[in-house]
Design a protein around this ligand. Structure first.
Ligand code: HEC
Length: 519
């Protein structure tokens, strides 16, 4: 049996992950991975890229320290090899020739690296940093635009960190250090510091005590997570380089023919507000197979006809706009029910609906239940009646807005500060969602109103999204650890897979076209 998982990552490539119980064909390339410290190394990722190719294939060493690439995955040619194993570098050999019809071998020797700090994931930095996990958790707000290494290896003192927190609040969420996009002043949220005000001083003092600002800084050992073993090693990962080097796809979706769509800005998206930050967030199909895109600070949504590639912009009404109006989410999946697409203004926490028949927007205001409790959705997945769930990234609850009555109902998650982020409703009406704060996967059954939660084995995984496959297994990806996890809700077993490169996984998608669900 084989499964493939499509990930959208804010890293450098789109990525497919397939797991196989055993190799189905011959072996193109095999070998053992060893080092002086560990004669048998399980869980080392070995990547191969053919000269001139844009595709990288990765497999993982088993309990005997042996890796093998299935023949169907490597065409004959000259391959460059790379490894991932925290604490190690590849000493040799670094390239190999693969010929057709025979098995090539490459015995790989690893040596200890002096550059462990450059290998750590954000999750491993948080794992290594001393101090209170609750304080450290606020640093998970800092990983949307760059790594934690950038913060820990800075030389700022307390006072400078206060300035840094303020400066970070002036960038739009689509920013990176190589491509900063300042927010326009004068909006409701022109200052959106990622460090909550009440803990800024405490955090500034803490960061100045652990960074490189003075000789008295706290010294702490770097603690990479142990390599994954057993079932986690039975996987083949395929990465596809994107044509544009600095493309950082946020939402990547697969249509029913298996074509992958990402960051549609690579098709010319009409600019609605030239002075505002560019970039988009939610990208969703409607039942007819058209794509819909939320335009963030461009303040509107777009329809992309996937056949003609024609793109139509639907700007928000002028009187709704201010400098930081932000269209982050939309849900078009069930728009055949009532012709409506849910969307929002994340700036003011307003819920909007777009009527695809009349081409007009409706402002439903903030989502408030009958007790007066407000819920602000980050993700807003819809069910088969086109009711919209609200995943409360700022807290520990989920809500649902009834499409007909507009009534709002809110349920608390059992785990505290779980920070539900994005998710999906499955064919049985069950809502699956990622708990960024509780490091877990949530399941909500609207028949019983029960929420069940599973926490991931690797600390600081902080998953972003969840998707269920036809076979009932549920997949998620980490924003901080370059790991993908798979949950079998029947047995509660969770298997994790390490990815070959530094990434920052956002959406996860299933390719369910085969007789057996293919992730
Ligand atoms: C919305 C995007 C964004 C977020 C979120 C963000 N940063 Fe940044 N950060 C940037 C950009 C862009 C740069 C490069 C430009 C600059 O230095 O101002 C940067 C650079 C930095 C630097 C290196 C430059 C320097 O002044 O030393 C540090 C340190 C830093 N950020 C700290 C943080 C901390 C701490 C957080 C979380 C509280 C955070 N960042 C969250 C966008 C962001």
């Amino acid at each position: 049996m084989r499964k493939t998982l499509l990930l959208s990552s804010c890293g450098l490539a789109a990525l497919l992950l397939s797991t196989a119980a055993q190799a189905e064909t011959g072996v193109a390339l095999t070998g053992k991975v060893t080092s002086t410290q560990e004669p048998t190394m399980e869980g080392v990722l070995v990547s191969a890229k053919r000269d001139g190719s844009t595709v990288t294939t990765t497999v993982v060493t088993n309990a005997q320290g042996v890796y093998s690439f299935p023949a169907e995955k490597l065409a004959p040619g000259h391959y460059t090899l790379a490894i991932r194993a925290a604490g190690y570098k590849l000493d040799g050999p670094k390239a190999v020739d693969v010929a057709s019809g025979s098995t090539a071998t490459a015995y790989l020797t690893l040596a200890k690296t002096n550059a462990l700090a450059n290998q750590l994931t954000n999750g491993e930095w948080l794992n290594s940093l001393p101090g209170d996990d609750r304080l450290k958790a606020a640093l998970t707000n800092c990983v949307g635009c760059h790594t934690i290494q950038r913060i820990v290896q800075s030389t700022h003192d307390d006072a400078e960190f206060m300035q840094v927190f303020a400066r970070m609040g002036t960038y739009s969420p689509g920013s990176t250090p190589t491509h900063p996009q300042p927010l326009l002043p004068g909006g409701n949220n022109s200052d959106r510091s990622p460090m909550p005000k009440p803990i800024q001083e405490k955090m500034a003092a803490y960061l100045a005590s652990v960074n490189l600002s003075n000789a008295e800084s706290v010294e702490f050992p770097l603690k990479p997570f142990p390599r994954l073993t057993g079932r986690s090693t039975r996987v083949v990962i395929t990465e596809y380089d994107l044509p544009r080097k600095d493309a950082q796809p946020h939402d990547v979706v697969m249509d029913k023919d298996g074509t992958v769509w990402y960051k549609v800005t690579d098709h010319e998206i009409p600019t609605l507000r030239p002075e505002e930050p560019k970039g988009s967030l939610a990208l969703e199909f409607d039942p007819k197979g058209n794509l819909w895109l939320a335009g963030m600070y461009q303040a509107g949504i777009y329809k992309i006809d996937t056949k003609t590639k024609q793109i139509i912009a639907y700007p928000y009404p002028k009187e709704w706009l201010n400098a930081t109006t932000q269209s982050s989410m939309l849900s078009a999946q069930h728009n055949d029910v009532d012709g409506k697409i849910w969307t929002n203004n994340q700036d003011t926490h307003l819920v909007y609906r777009f009527d695809t028949v009349s081409g007009t927007y409706e402002d439903l205001g903030q989502a408030v239940d009958k007790n007066g409790t407000h819920i602000n959705g980050y993700g807003m997945p819809t069910d088969a009646q086109n009711n919209a769930y609200q995943l409360n990234f700022g807290g520990a609850s989920i809500g649902r807005i009834d499409a007909k009555t507009k009534e709002v109902t809110i349920w608390k998650t059992p785990l505290p500060f779980s920070r539900p982020r994005r998710g999906r409703v499955d064919e049985n009406g069950i809502l699956w969602f990622a708990e960024y704060g509780a490091n877990g996967i949530g399941r909500f059954d609207p028949k019983t109103n029960e929420i069940k939660e599973w926490q991931l084995p690797t600390p600081w995984d902080e998953p972003y999204d969840v998707v269920k496959a036809k076979d009932g297994e549920v997949w998620t990806g980490s924003m901080l650890t370059d790991r993908v996890a798979r949950l079998d809700p029947k047995t509660d077993a969770i298997t994790e897979y390490q990815l070959p490169r530094s990434t920052n996984i956002r959406r996860v998608f299933v390719d369910d076209r085969g007789a057996k669900p293919v992730l």
